[in-house]
Design a protein around this ligand. Structure first.
Ligand SMILES: C[S@@+](CC[C@H](N)C(=O)[O-])C[C@H]1O[C@@H](n2cnc3c(N)ncnc32)[C@H](O)[C@@H]1O
Length: 222
């Protein structure tokens, strides 16, 4: 039994984690990518620096850098305490060897994001927006990524929200990838079967596993 979350937490991963979660090694620099629910991840900052075309959207971006930093710092201690109490639900390896190191990796990602936020907002790489309605034109992106929001928060977000959100992502992107397919407690999302049956969707194993058994992404084609 993993952790229980009562709200959606601002917790950000880095580009190396995104590349493994979404198996991005075949994605080239000309692809237009949306990171939906990007939060304080450093994916956009790091990938932009490498010449990729990334837009991130999240309601979190309405807040100032100082407010976001404060929210992340306020959240991470209690989250780490929960993870520490459930250590056996996670894979600890040389990349992330302990809850303490996890905290450092997440804070480093958030700080990289914070440094990039002001310039990224001015370049429209960070957009204040929330599912299920996004302010992007039809077909604007090749790929929409959604990490640790849809399916992860299945206990808080109902199936109707999931179906509407995926339809919206398919309106603006040719393909949608969602990771992981487990909820925050580490159980398979209760919405997964319905989603699989409602779209052209398949599961794919990826080279990333932090929640035990959480090494599959959901790939949905328009
Ligand atoms: C757990 S964080 C994940 C951040 C990032 N994707 C990652 O994996 O590192 C979840 C994010 O989803 C955002 N969020 C919550 N509701 C949302 C919605 N309706 N549409 C888009 N983003 C939302 C939150 O603000 C938060 O930043």
């Amino acid at each position: 039994m993993g952790i229980q979350l009562k709200s959606i937490v601002p917790w950000g991963r880095n580009a190396e984690e995104y590349q493994r979660m979404f198996d991005l090694h075949l994605v080239d620099r000309s692809s237009k990518i949306l990171d939906c629910g990007g939060g304080p991840a450093s994916f956009n900052a790091e990938m932009t620096e490498q010449g990729y075309s990334i837009v991130s959207c999240d309601p979190l971006y309405q807040f100032s850098a100082a407010e976001i930093e404060q929210r992340v710092e306020a959240t991470w201690r209690s989250l780490l305490t929960k993870i520490e109490a459930n250590r056996s639900s996670y894979v600890w390896d040389d990349r992330i060897a302990s809850p303490q190191q996890l905290g450092q990796v997440r804070l480093a990602a958030m700080r990289r994001f914070i440094q990039d936020l002001s310039i990224g907002l001015s370049e429209n790489r960070y957009v204040v927006a929330e599912l299920p309605n996004l302010p992007f034109a039809d077909d604007r992106f090749d790929l929409a990524l959604c990490s640790h929001l849809l399916l992860t928060y299945s206990d808080l977000l109902p199936i109707e929200f999931h179906l509407q959100s995926i339809e919206e992502l398919l309106r603006i992107a040719k393909q949608v990838r969602i990771f992981p397919i487990l909820n925050a407690s580490g159980a398979r999302s209760i919405h997964l079967e319905t989603v699989l049956n409602s779209f052209r969707a398949k599961l794919q194993i990826v080279p990333y596993e932090f929640q035990i058994g959480g090494n599959q992404m959901l790939v949905i084609d328009r």
